[in-house]
Design a protein around this ligand. Structure first.
Ligand SMILES: [Zn+2]
Ligand SMILES: [Zn+2]
Length: 164
């Protein structure tokens, strides 16, 4: 690889990209060069020690790490609403302060337990490739759906056994 016309930073970036690729092709650990199984970039013992180092760094100075996580979650949230739209599917509410992601089949609790709620959930949605069992609802419609099973706009007055 030629160093001509490259800044030091570009050169380093390219070199590490090519190094990663060659390790991946050969199926060896990026750190110690011993063979790895599956699609990991590092062997098990290196992964353990890398993890330890990361945990220690987080403990010593969580600030930048938390800031990065916050940024990633905010980005994921934006991508999720870019995908599903910024409008309640039932009443048309568009104020972002009221909008939330709803599980069409009401299986949200199971997923929340499995993948976490809030920002972590948005990360999961992006990673899962925007599943089709989700839609955007406002909090009002979401609550009405949960408690009553129908949209507030179709509410026709109190009925017997309405639960209120
Ligand atoms: Zn290794
Ligand atoms: Zn609504």
């Amino acid at each position: 690889m030629s160093r001509l016309n490259l800044t030091r930073q570009e050169y380093k970036r390219r070199w590490s990209r090519e190094y990663r690729k060659s390790c991946k092709d050969k199926g060896v650990c990026l750190r110690c060069g011993s063979p790895v199984k599956d699609r990991h970039t590092n062997c098990l013992s290196c992964r353990v020690s890398i993890n330890k180092g990361q945990n220690q760094r987080y403990k010593n100075n969580p600030g930048p790490c938390k800031a990065l996580q916050k940024k990633l979650r905010a980005k994921a949230k934006k991508e999720v609403f870019d995908h599903y739209g910024r409008k309640c599917a039932w009443c048309g509410e568009t104020n972002p302060a009221f909008l939330t992601i709803d599980h069409i089949n009401n299986d949200g609790n199971r997923e929340r337990l499995q993948y976490g709620s809030g920002g972590v959930f948005y990360l999961h949605v992006v990673r899962a490739g925007f599943p089709t069992n989700l839609q955007v609802l406002c909090f009002n419609c979401n609550c009405a759906k949960g408690f009553r099973g129908y949209a507030p706009s179709t509410f026709i007055g109190f009925q017997d056994g309405d639960g209120i």
